[in-house]
Design a protein around this ligand. Structure first.
Ligand SMILES: [Zn+2]
Length: 471
């Protein structure tokens, strides 16, 4: 930061520094003499039976710098916990003016890159990583589609998505964020004593329920500024639901009944949607990638689910849009249905406050029992398990995303219908034995009815009579 400041002031190589800067530089150099008092505990894991290991990445930014710090949290089988600093990285903020939310996002990118290099070094699964930021903007951007944002945010959110999933990102208040020290700087002697830096905030040593509350549902006003113009039009307003604003556009929807595979249907629908969007946009805005990306497929899935729900639960859907009560005889009454930002009907179940659970588990998508889509999805999950997993397991994987009315019946019904399973489970035909020959039945079967004595040599048996060669 000092170097950057000197550079901006245009001080030449042989020139003396201005007084203010030079005192700060000398203080900094003087502090270096106490560098040997810094002791870094290098042991990341104690010699005990380990029950679980998790990695926590904290990111932060200020106008001067942005950075990330990584801790490893090890849980032992005797119930004890240890939290240790693994690595940290800081960068000076670029000279051209960049807003703090954007700097925060750059910090988040730095954090996800650092996490990738650490996961290679420690040979750990990236799913066990938790990312913490004190910026609500960053959280909101990460929970959105990268392509809806202006290019600065879009590129960085895209990079973050490629190495972590949005539900791995959590909110932490600034005063509990150790990455805050990276961005505002600490005196060396203070750093030696700083427990929060070396061993991380106390809350990581507590149970997950004691961690800072995860704020994810807020939509900060400054974050919306980064949304591209054409997508801000689509943003659902508070009065109307998202569906009402999007139906004004005609979306060419494929007929699901003409498909026998969920994958094929969603991918083709994604192609169709890209074609229609490209037709509507200017030439330089068109997406011309060779393949469709995951976001487009998810969009297509949402459209298919949304329209099916609208057809099958017509009354309920309009009631929710118009903010009326559901019909009294509705099957969905117990599910407390609500519409999400994209207009997909989800059940507001009892896991609403389970902040650690993925969004789809907390708010599963409601699927009608008698619809082709339902069948395709059940079939898809049945085939994912290679036709060999049981009804209960399919039910459990399905429930992590969908809420199917009478799901078990639907699964069993498909298991009976599946041609591959029918073939596998089919019984082999057995050969019918021929009737016994006549001579076995007409001759007497009493004991000693035929007797032979072996003097030497074998017996020869012909048609039930036995005699010796010389007989
Ligand atoms: Zn099968």
């Amino acid at each position: 930061m000092l170097m950057q400041e000197v550079w901006v002031q245009g001080v030449d190589w042989d020139e003396e520094l201005p007084l203010d800067t030079s005192t700060r530089v000398t203080t900094w150099f003087r502090e270096l003499s106490s560098l040997p008092s810094v002791r870094i505990p290098r042991c990341l894991q104690l010699r005990k039976e380990v029950s679980s290991i998790a990695v926590h990445v904290f990111v932060d930014a200020s106008l001067e710098a942005y950075g990330a710090v990584v801790y490893v949290r090890v849980k032992y089988q005797d119930g004890s916990l240890s939290v240790r600093l693994v690595s940290s990285k800081t960068k000076v903020a670029p000279l051209q003016s960049v807003s703090v939310p954007r700097l925060e996002l750059m910090g988040a990118v730095l954090g996800s890159r650092l996490a990738t290099s650490i996961s290679d070094a420690l040979d750990m699964e990236k799913q066990s990583y938790t990312f913490w930021t004190d910026s609500e903007n960053v959280l909101w951007w990460i929970r959105g589609y990268s392509r809806t944002f202006k290019s600065f945010v879009a590129n960085r959110v895209g990079e973050i998505h490629s190495s972590s999933s949005p539900d791995q990102w959590r909110y932490v208040p600034t005063k509990l964020n150790p990455a805050d020290y990276l961005t505002r700087g600490v005196k060396l002697m203070e750093l030696v004593e700083l427990r929060m830096w070396w061993e991380d905030p106390e809350y990581l040593k507590e149970d997950e329920s004691q961690w800072p509350r995860n704020v994810v549902d807020k939509r900060p006003a400054s974050a919306v500024e980064e949304v591209k113009q054409k997508y801000t039009m689509k943003e659902p307003s508070k009065e109307k639901s998202a569906f009402m604003t999007t139906t004004t556009k005609i979306i060419w929807r494929l007929q699901p009944e003409r498909f026998s595979s969920w994958n094929k249907l969603t991918r083709l629908q994604a192609w169709v949607m890209r074609f229609t969007t490209n037709c509507r946009s200017h030439q330089h805005e068109r997406l011309l990638d060779k393949g469709i990306n995951l976001e487009e497929i998810r969009d297509a899935e949402k459209l298919i689910l949304k329209t099916t729900q609208k057809e099958c639960f017509k009354e309920e859907y309009t009631a929710i849009i118009e903010r009326k009560k559901l019909p009294k005889n509705s099957k969905l009454l117990s599910l407390c249905p609500r519409l999400d930002d994209d207009g997909v009907m989800r059940s507001e179940g009892r896991l609403k406050y389970g902040e650690f659970l993925p969004y789809d588990v907390r708010y599963p998508i409601i699927l009608p029992r008698k619809s082709w889509i339902n069948k395709l999805i059940v079939k898809h999950h049945h085939e994912l398990g290679n036709h060999s997993v049981g009804t209960n397991q399919i039910l459990s994987t399905l429930s992590s995303k969908y809420w199917i009315v009478a799901a078990r019946e639907a699964i069993i019904e498909w298991e009976r219908e599946c041609a591959m399973c029918k073939r596998k489970k089919a019984k082999r035909t057995e050969q019918i034995m021929a009737p016994l020959p006549l001579n076995r039945l007409t001759t007497s079967l009493r004991a000693f009815a035929r007797v032979g004595v072996d003097f030497a040599g074998p017996f020869i048996t012909v048609q039930g009579h036995c005699f010796q060669p010389n007989d």
